[in-house]
Write a protein that binds this ligand. Structure first.
Ligand code: ZN
Length: 1087
């Protein structure tokens, strides 16, 4: 539609003969392949230096064992168990070979063997089998056989309960045993389940903790994102794939949304997988989660209630620590230059500070992958179920010390491309015949080199201008697009921003309208502009509305702005063209005048009803008339109930929660909004929505346009100027000033053997390949899933080229190209070695949040658990060295995967609790769709920074600690942030000096309960802490409202939701419990 220009000679979206499996079965995504298909894992010896090299043990850190094996003491003891330092390569899940070598007595593990071991062994530690006992605490525990006393025993072992082994609701996962400490040690593998133990029961649905409902939406907020209390709204609500429309939106859907939920189907994992991975209804999900006797206390307290020898609480330090993993990677790879010259190289973690240097592959700031070594066949992919996906943030901001992208101009003919697959000139094109031809790395087609582009080759067969041409030597660069790439073959006009303010009674009364108008006066001076330009060329326009719309003529020639009212909202049109969209600098005086007048004009209005869809319609019409793309900034406070297209009614129904119909709460109302989204996309009109609700507004529907147009939704529950104003303004400023591109189409090409099959983001798709985004800003990411359609060659690897066609801030048409080369391998161990947990979790979050549109949430959770267990079991079975079945063995690259996964399952969209406001859940669901890897990582594992022992004179930020109550202390002060909410938590025993220094108050008791700001005091502590807070606010794409909470105060409950290692407030297991549970699942799978 809007991008016809993008389709050069052979239409862009046309199936290309050379594109591998394109011909066959590139039907509707999801239909073409078994649901399992895309999951692959493979491993292959790296052609390039193994990634392992990069992961060499950090100085001072005990090298991680090949695969990290956890039982209760693993971490502390890991080093001891291996007296001899493991080889560097061991840092990764070690390749089977080496592991075998290191354990002479053991033959490669077979399933049978593992089973035998499992039957024979007890919770072990690292030392394999019969080898010398390692003197460790763990071991000691092990040696003591007696099963737990007092705990009602269920059938030991997998056999247990009637239904199916896996289903036994009450079974205590084995791993659990070690945790309960000494008494349990040595318990047989599938140790007697403890009835009523927190574990056995599916963490979810349990009412747990009896989270006080706190009534007001202001507190009841859901976990992650934006607790209503803090309601920092999340980024952009993409709506991954609400089935807004049938066929037209079909592309959006990928397998999840569209596919029927055969059992648990649609979601990644086909029902009873080929692996014999049975669905386990109930395991983790709702029903069984029912309250159980032992439950309330959370895991640790459970056992302690039992009779028998005193139970020692399991040391939480013994399970893999995300903060440790983050810190280790920072030590190992931080402050280094990461050169992208090696195929399949695993980049530093997204949390690590590093400098990227483009040497032929796109920087990880633009593209990250779930694994950098694809399995060579679909079968392998299916076997391991590790999703193959890339998370692409095409316009990501680069730090100042990294080189901005070069812009290449290939002249009138436009960028040089492969004739067959249309891939753009890039480092993967291979020049032959003395430089007269090039062979495409994607489809292998041999193309003529245009005369003007000809260049001789050197003795290595490389063009002599290799280093002079970014498109030959770099992973990322831009091409100037020719008119062929422009709508109607005309160069685009500069984009426009239209500010559309709801002036209904509540917004006037709250002071919001006045606040917005005041802010715009300064904000418009800072409209984004292209680097090097003196001023912004973006045009601006203004609309106010309640039941009717008011357009303003702000032409520079006018002395006063003129208002034109449109009351017929059914047939929206723009009453004026000339003077509506203007250059701010030219019309500054008139605009000032207007912004001064607006609050007064409506000061006496009693109109409380508003329209909404006509507002968007008006914006699109205005852009259409001006023949430009742009963005609407809409400030809306309530559900649109006025008689007009898109009128909504309250359909929030808590009775649907936990039923098969719960999904309907997340499905937008169809009709008007669906059509609007398409109109917007077709016209390059993006919508950002700022919501100020005091009750349910049907966010799902209101956000349906923003989430298909590259827009964002911000939400401020019960907005008050005094407490939320600053927070909102910070968001607005960031939002307006962000680097952004308009009218974008993204296409992801791959080399033969695999292809992009599904896309997640604030996007729209008219077909199966073109990702349309009315706008795309520097924070928006698209997650792309890949599936095999053939086998992949280990020699050639797998190539990905992402091409984004967009209009720049100054109205230039550009093509931004990102290239990335991955390895391919027939060894699963290579795949696991090259996995990136942060990317995996980004994919799982997006796919699960989309899946709940089509199937019961309970099923989605079950799938997540099953897939987690499956991925880990496959590793255990195929890649790990033989060891006691009772040991939990995780690939080194995935050792914190379970804690993130558990956090995801406790996130508000996946928790069926009637206490969570539907709009908040919907908001998080949509926001996550457009997030990059960094954002999802932080959202699912917040940073908890201890500030009480900090040296105010140091520049170093104290190292974050794990997100658990265990880490708090009565005399402590902690800052917690997840990119959307921020808390300053003060222990009851905080020192008076600290309180005095920070708040200028004699004691904690004097603190005002709803403080959201730190006073500016002239002492080192105050300055330091304010600077930490400000740095974080600056760094994150969303502004965050600061909540100051005292230990044991009521609002603390909101803070606690973010302690994701603990039991969930609205249901959900603690990390420890979850790990045990998964361990048990793994063992079930292996038997
Ligand atoms: Zn090609």
């Amino acid at each position: 539609m809007s991008q016809q220009g993008y389709v050069a000679a052979p239409p862009y979206s046309q199936a290309q003969p050379g594109m591998g499996g394109y011909q066959g079965g590139y039907g509707p995504p999801g239909a073409s392949q078994p649901l399992y298909g895309h999951y692959g894992g493979s491993t292959q010896p790296f052609n390039a230096p193994p990634t392992g090299m990069m992961k060499s043990p950090a100085a001072g850190m005990p090298p991680a064992p090949a695969s990290t094996q956890y039982n209760q003491n693993v971490q502390q003891n890991g080093a001891h168990r291996y007296p001899a330092p493991p080889a560097a390569s061991a840092a990764y899940g070690q390749p089977p070979q080496s592991s075998y070598n290191s354990m002479p007595p053991q033959a490669p593990p077979t399933t049978q063997q593992i089973t035998n071991q499992m039957n024979a062994m007890s919770i072990g530690n690292y030392a394999p089998g019969p080898q010398a006992p390692v003197n460790s605490v763990a071991q000691q525990h092990l040696q003591r056989p007696p099963p737990m006393m007092g705990q009602p025993q269920m059938h030991p072992g997998p056999q247990s309960p009637p239904m199916s082994p896996q289903m036994s609701p009450n079974q205590f996962p084995p791993a659990n045993m070690p945790m309960t400490a000494p008494a349990m040690a040595g318990t047989p593998l599938s140790p007697p389940p403890v009835a009523g133990s927190p574990m056995g029961a599916p963490p979810m649905g349990a009412p747990s903790m009896g989270a006080p409902s706190m009534g007001a939406p202001s507190m009841g907020a859901p976990s992650m994102g934006a607790p209503s209390m803090g309601a920092p709204s999340m980024g952009a609500p993409p709506m991954g794939a609400p089935p807004m429309s049938g066929p037209p939106m079909g592309g959006m859907g990928g397998p999840f949304p569209g596919s029927p939920p055969p059992g648990v189907g649609g979601f990644q994992q086909a029902g009873p997988g080929p692996q014999g991975f049975p669905q386990q209804p109930g395991q983790f999900g709702g029903p069984m989660a029912g309250p159980q006797p032992g439950m309330p206390g959370g895991f640790p307290s459970g056992p302690s209630q039992l009779a028998g020898p005193p139970q020692k609480k399991l040391d939480p330090d013994s399970i893999p620590s995300p903060t440790q993993v983050i810190e280790d990677d920072q030590v190992r790879r931080g402050e280094q230059v990461y050169a992208t010259n090696i195929r399949g190289q695993v980049p530093p973690l997204v949390t690590t500070q590093f400098t990227a240097q483009d040497q032929g592959n796109a920087s990880p700031r633009f593209m990250r992958c779930t694994t950098y070594s694809l399995p060579s066949t679909a079968d392998l992919a299916k076997q391991c179920q590790v999703p193959l996906a890339s998370i692409i943030k095409p316009l990501a901001c680069l730090p100042k010390n990294e080189t901005p992208l070069y812009v290449v101009n290939h002249g009138e003919t436009g960028p040089i491309r492969c004739n067959r697959c249309k891939a753009y000139m890039c480092p993967y094109m291979h020049f032959t015949e003395g430089g007269r031809r090039f062979q495409c790395g994607f489809c292998n087609c041999v193309n003529e080199v245009p005369v003007f582009y000809f260049q001789h080759l050197d003795h290595m067969g490389r063009r002599v201008d290799f280093y002079e041409r970014p498109e030959l030597s770099l992973g990322s660069y831009e091409f100037e697009a020719t008119l062929d790439y422009c709508k109607n073959n005309k160069p685009p006009n500069p984009p426009a921003f239209i500010f559309m303010i709801d002036v209904s009674y509540n917004n006037i009364k709250s002071g919001l309208v006045k606040m917005i108008c005041n802010e715009l006066k300064t904000l418009l001076e800072k409209l984004p502009k292209e680097e090097g330009r003196e001023s912004s060329v973006i045009k601006v326009g203004f609309v106010t509305y309640n039941k009717v719309l008011h357009f303003y003529n702000v032409k520079s020639a006018l002395a006063q702005p003129q208002m034109m009212v449109v009351s017929d909202t059914a047939e929206m049109f723009v009453p004026l063209l000339d003077g509506f969209l203007v250059n701010y600098q030219d019309s500054k005086a008139v605009i000032y005048n207007l912004l001064d007048q607006i609050p007064d004009m409506f000061a006496n209005s009693n109109e409380s009803e508003t329209v909404f869809a006509p507002v968007i319609q008006a914006g699109v019409e205005a852009l259409k008339a001006a023949e430009c793309s742009g963005k609407l900034f809409i400030f809306q406070s309530a559900m649109p109930t006025a008689e007009a297209p898109g009128k909504l009614k309250n359909r929030d129904d808590k009775k649907l929660i936990n039923t098969d119909k719960e999904k309907t709460l997340f499905q937008p109302q169809k009709g008007v909004y669906e059509q609007l989204a398409k109109d917007c996309v077709a016209n390059g009109c993006s919508v950002d929505l700022f919501l100020f609700p005091s009750q349910y507004v049907d966010l799902t529907t209101l956000a349906s346009v923003p989430s298909h147009t590259g827009g964002s939704v911000y939400k401020y529950n019960n907005f008050q100027v005094e407490t939320d104003g600053e927070h909102f303004l910070r968001d607005l400023r960031k939002d307006v000033q962000k680097p952004i591109g308009f009218d974008a189409v993204m296409r992801v090409r791959t080399s033969t053997g695999f292809r992009a099959t599904d896309f997640f983001g604030a996007i729209h798709m008219n077909n199966t390949t073109d990702v349309e985004m009315a706008s795309v800003d520097c924070d928006k990411a698209v997650t792309v899933e890949f599936k095999h359609d053939d086998s992949l060659g280990e020699d050639t690897g797998a190539l990905i080229q992402c091409a984004l066609l967009y209009t720049t801030l100054s109205g230039q048409r550009r093509l931004r190209i990102h290239n990335l080369s991955l390895n391919c391998s027939s060894q699963l161990s290579d795949l696991y070695k090259s996995c990136e947990t942060d990317s995996l979790i980004n994919f799982f979050a997006k796919s699960a949040y989309r899946a709940i549109l089509n199937q019961p949430i309970k099923n989605v959770r079950e799938i997540l658990v099953n897939q987690t267990a499956h991925m880990l079991a496959c590793y255990r079975k195929n890649c790990a060295s033989p060891s006691a079945a009772s040991q939990l063995i995780l690939p080194d690259t995935m050792k914190v995967f379970p804690v993130y996964m558990n956090s995801l399952m406790k996130s508000s969209p996946l928790v069926a609790s009637t206490e969570l406001p539907t709009d908040d859940r919907a908001h998080q669901r949509l926001s996550v769709q457009a997030m990059g890897v960094e954002e999802t990582q932080l959202l699912l594992y917040p940073r908890l920074i201890p500030l009480h022992n900090m040296d105010p004179s140091s520049d170093v930020l104290p190292a974050p600690v794990r997100c658990s109550e265990e880490r708090l202390s009565d005399s402590g002060m902690f800052l917690l942030e997840n990119g959307h909410s921020m808390f300053l938590w003060l222990g009851q025993g905080s020192s008076p000096d600290l309180i005095q220094g920070l708040f200028n108050l004699p004691s904690l008791a004097h603190l005002q309960p709803d403080m959201t700001d730190l006073p500016e005091l002239d002492n080192p502590l105050s300055k330091k802490i304010r600077s930490i807070v400000n740095d974080l606010l600056e760094k994150r794409s969303n502004s965050m409202k600061l909540h100051i909470v005292r230990q044991k105060d009521k609002p603390e409950i909101v803070f606690r939701q973010f302690l994701v290692e603990d039991k969930g407030l609205y249901g959900g297991a603690s990390y420890m419990d979850f790990l045990c549970f998964v361990h048990r699942e793994i063992r079930q799978l292996l038997t």
